[in-house]
Design a binder for this molecule. Structure first.
Ligand code: SF4
Length: 444
């Protein structure tokens, strides 16, 4: 039996897809990259932007034919879209070829639901929010040398534009010992880099403290997790995604400064440079507070490399607000920025705001922000010329290794395929806007 799995969106979904493939392997499935060979087609979806959802519906349309050609084919939808209110109704109406819809809370039920469909029990769905964290599910990992490790699920921040708290549920933290034990396990299997994942990793442990009457969870903070992970022998680099500026405390800055294995890349989504818009987004900080945080981090971690996320065209955004975003980009000096046009998501407060910005205007603003950021990226990359970076090679093509430096810069350099999965000392020879080129000073 073969499964075709399409993954959309963020690293949390990539991590879920690893678990999906692990569970399916135990059922006897093998992964195929060709839909026409598959007995099971699964879409692990994202609902952050409307466009991503439209893509899924149009893809489901093309799958109708596959189902007609192969009636035993099972088609399933999971991930954030599958958790949205009304999605079951919508799927039944627009894509009746779908056999199962499984939300984000009970991934472990997937094998049972597939068996039910195959057993003739008809359409299956489960969107129940349990808040429960199921540990020790199997997984198939695409890279032996790096691993994604979940530390929190869900989010409590309720930024007014964001659907995540509604589809991923309230914030839950895994137990510190479960995370450390998974980390040690991955390293024992050969991982030299771990990526700790959560919608807001800095809030890690908060819910554990709340839930623990005897304060057992007291030591579960993100800073403490970093100190403990730093002790894992053979582990060389610790990354994390995503940090919320609101919860970036002094203890965390200290931990990053104290732990040399913790990457100097700090992805700190600002979203807007205008305090007025930030307030309307319910981000919990002002422009000045964000800039002060960057300053505090730089004082203790001078080699920190910042990247960010920007949303343009939030309802009511004026030219002046946009200028505030552009000047903030210049002021901080981000190595790169993910820039997005605001996309109204049904059920979020911002979607109901009156002053929605026309698409054409949003596109023009996006161009302006991207152009400003491109200048900054090139300038910062040029400053790296002649420097030697510590790079984990992640892929090889035709005599060229590609990898990420401690600051997450993408760099290409000549090398052998056997160099994938190892760290290299790479001297920067050429700087481009989004990438660097270098030459190796040897494998470590
Ligand atoms: S912090 Fe805000 S943007 Fe990030 S997942 Fe939570 S609600 Fe969404």
């Amino acid at each position: 039996m073969q499964v075709y799995l399409a993954t959309y969106g963020c690293q949390a979904n990539e991590r879920d897809s690893e678990t999906i493939l692990g569970m399916l392997e135990q059922m006897g499935y093998r992964e195929t990259k060709k839909e026409e060979e598959a007995d099971l087609i699964l879409l692990n979806t994202c609902s952050i932007r409307e466009k991503a959802e439209q893509k899924v519906f149009s893809y489901l349309g093309t799958l109708k034919q596959y189902k007609q050609d192969k009636p035993g084919l099972v088609i399933g939808l999971c991930g954030c879209m599958a958790q949205e209110t009304d999605m079951i109704k919508l799927i039944r109406r627009r894509a009746p070829q779908v056999d199962l819809v499984l939300g984000t809370h009970k991934l472990h039920r997937l094998p049972e639901m597939i068996r039910n469909v195959q057993g003739g029990l008809g359409f299956q769905w489960d969107q129940e929010e349990t808040g429960e964290i199921v540990e020790a599910l199997p997984a198939i990992r695409p890279y032996p040398f790096k691993a994604l490790v979940n530390i929190t699920y869900g989010c409590n921040n309720f930024c007014t534009y964001c659907i995540v708290p509604y589809v991923r549920g309230r914030e839950r933290s895994r137990r510190l010992e479960d995370i450390l034990s998974e980390s040690r396990q991955r390293v024992a299997e050969g991982a030299v880099e771990l990526m700790y994942l959560g919608q807001n990793v800095n809030a890690y442990g908060k819910t554990l403290k709340d839930e623990s009457a005897d304060n057992k969870g007291k030591e579960a903070s993100f800073a403490n997790l970093l100190y403990r992970a730093q002790e894992i022998k053979e582990l060389e680099r610790i990354r994390y995604m995503t940090s919320h500026p609101r919860d970036f405390g002094e203890d965390l800055i200290r931990a990053i400064a104290d732990c040399p294995k913790v990457s100097r890349h700090i992805h700190l989504p600002v979203q807007s440079g205008s305090s007025r818009i930030l307030r309307q987004m319910n981000r919990g900080y002002s422009r000045e507070e964000y800039l002060a945080l960057v300053e505090r981090i730089r004082r203790q971690v001078p080699e920190a490399v910042f990247t960010t996320d920007i949303i343009v065209g939030f309802p009511g955004e004026t030219d002046e607000d946009l200028q505030d975003t552009i000047t903030l980009l210049d002021q901080v000096g981000f190595d790169s920025a993910f820039t997005f046009m605001y996309s109204p998501r049904q059920g979020t407060p911002a979607a109901k705001l009156a002053e929605q910005i026309p698409l054409r205007e949003k596109k023009a603003r996006l161009q302006a922000v991207m152009a400003a950021q491109a200048g900054n990226s090139l300038r910062l990359h040029q400053e790296l010329l002649g420097q030697t970076l510590h790079v984990l090679a992640e892929s090889w093509d035709n005599g060229v290794l590609s990898g990420r430096a401690d600051g997450n810069q993408l760099i290409h350099f000549p090398g052998e395929a056997s160099g994938v999965g190892a760290f290299h000392q790479v001297k920067v020879k050429e700087a481009q806007t989004w990438t660097l080129k270098g030459e190796t000073h040897g494998q470590e």
